[in-house]
Design a protein around this ligand. Structure first.
Ligand SMILES: Cc1cc2nc3c(=O)[nH]c(=O)nc-3n(C[C@H](O)[C@H](O)[C@H](O)COP(=O)(O)OP(=O)(O)OC[C@H]3O[C@@H](n4cnc5c(N)ncnc54)[C@H](O)[C@@H]3O)c2cc1C
Ligand code: SF4
Ligand code: SF4
Ligand code: SF4
Length: 370
């Protein structure tokens, strides 16, 4: 039995968590992404997995778009903001949860930077593991069950992830929890964890050393340069810029290694399923000249409910926050991914199929990025 067609599965992992017989595992598919596979010898066809699958049960929110609010956020802690992908709004919200004794779930590097995994943190020091965008699909397995247990024990929890992961989590939970805060982002697309792992092998081999740190949106160079920082155990470190011929972000930007559904994603609208949606406030100064800053500014989007209103107000004390009135035209021009999916590269299928057949990644990169 298949839960849903491969080309609409987001890989959110909700089905794995809900299966009462634990007979679903995530396996590598022909496009080098993880997708659920059922052990038919154990499955009793209860169809719980299909009932909660967000790909099969997507519902538009009833929220009226006119109710949506936009804020510019700059975290006043310079170190936190420097470690964040944009203005540090995620840390602002997460710190409020930790201050209240709660738990924060988000995506962290795992397996010595070879993969990304959802973890739970309960203290401010560990929050740094979740900061920064990792443009690689995160493994959520285990995290949905863990957050459910915590929520049922009345703990305050913040769960952050891609919009499809948040939809999967909400379906998995099956009821509203007042003690849950969900945070997602305007999402371009997510890339293959298997291609990423091979890329890490490739750069480690080249440097003859293991990685000790990665910042895919480093602020050690002007933010607008979109540079990446790679640090190694042999104390070497280098920056890759967008014109680097071996730049992973080029594979991402050209639409070569994204998940199939990302090119036709349903979460392209202002109000997502989450309480808060984050984005990069590019060109903020063109919108409002007092917002000029090359350190990154977060764009926070949310519908006013008693929960979001109170929580946002309580979180704001450590940040500079400005409510902004944004037109549809501005959004369309400056935050295109809010409404539009990226376009897959013509050679995407061939690239992923040759990679899956075992072709050397560095040769493939040379060929497609030359
Ligand atoms: C894959 C991806 C695509 C994005 N595409 C866009 C875009 O097209 N336009 C835009 O404006 N913004 C996009 N963003 C969001 C943006 O880059 C910032 O992450 C966001 O604004 C939050 O920044 P911050 O400074 O508040 O906090 P940060 O500290 O940078 O945020 C980190 C948060 O992002 C989550 N996160 C990081 N990597 C992953 C991952 N692989 N899977 C799930 N969650 C992850 C962490 O759990 C944490 O909650 C994207 C982010 C990601 C991860
Ligand atoms: S629940 Fe998520 S991972 Fe499972 S089949 Fe549906 S979309 Fe795919
Ligand atoms: S039908 Fe039921 S038993 Fe079979 S995989 Fe889905 S949830 Fe598990
Ligand atoms: S683009 Fe859509 S389907 Fe792809 S990871 Fe983002 S939210 Fe999920």
């Amino acid at each position: 039995m298949n839960i849903c067609e491969s080309n609409i599965c987001t890989g959110c992992g909700a089905c794995v968590g809900i299966c009462p017989l634990k007979c679903i595992s995530m396996e590598r598919n022909s496009e080098a992404f993880s997708e659920p596979v059922i052990d038919d010898n154990i499955c009793n066809k209860c169809r719980k997995c299909q009932k909660i699958c967000p790909a099969l049960n997507y519902k538009e929110e009833d929220n009226d778009d006119s109710d949506v609010n936009f804020y510019a956020v700059i975290n006043n802690n310079r170190d936190v903001r420097k470690q964040s992908s944009s203005g540090g709004a995620f840390s602002m919200l997460a710190e409020e949860v930790l201050r209240r004794g709660g738990f924060v779930f988000g995506a962290a590097w795992a397996d010595n930077f070879h993969s990304v995994k959802h973890i739970c943190v309960d203290n401010v020091n560990d929050l740094s593991k979740l900061r920064q965008s990792k443009y690689v699909q995160s493994n959520t397995i285990g995290s949905f069950s863990k957050v459910k247990t915590l929520l049922n024990s009345a703990a305050l929890c913040l769960y952050s992830g891609c919009p499809c992961q948040i939809d999967g989590l909400l379906n998995f939970l099956g009821k509203k929890y007042e003690n849950l805060i969900t945070v997602d982002f305007v999402c371009n697309s997510i890339t293959s964890p298997f291609v990423w792992s091979s890329y890490v092998d490739f750069i480690e081999e080249k440097e003859n050393s293991r990685l000790s740190g990665i910042e895919l949106r480093t602020k050690n160079r002007p933010y607008s340069l979109y540079a990446q920082l790679f640090s190694f155990e042999n104390n070497c470190a280098y920056i890759k810029y967008t014109d680097d011929p071996e730049n992973y972000m080029k594979l991402f930007g050209k639409g070569l290694v994204g998940r199939s559904i990302c090119y036709n994603c349903k979460y392209r609208r202002k109000n997502h399923k989450s309480d808060f949606t984050l984005a990069d406030f590019w060109n903020a100064d063109k919108f409002d000249e007092t917002l000029f800053d090359d350190g990154g500014i977060s764009f926070v989007i949310f519908s006013q409910t008693p929960k979001t209103q109170t929580f946002f107000k309580d979180s704001c004390h450590s940040s500079t926050v400005k409510k902004v009135e944004i037109s549809e035209e501005w959004l369309n021009e400056n935050l295109r991914m809010i409404y539009n999916s990226p376009v897959p590269a013509e050679g995407r299928k061939e690239f992923l199929s040759r990679f899956s057949d075992g072709e050397n990644l560095s040769n493939l990169i040379k060929e497609v990025l030359a």
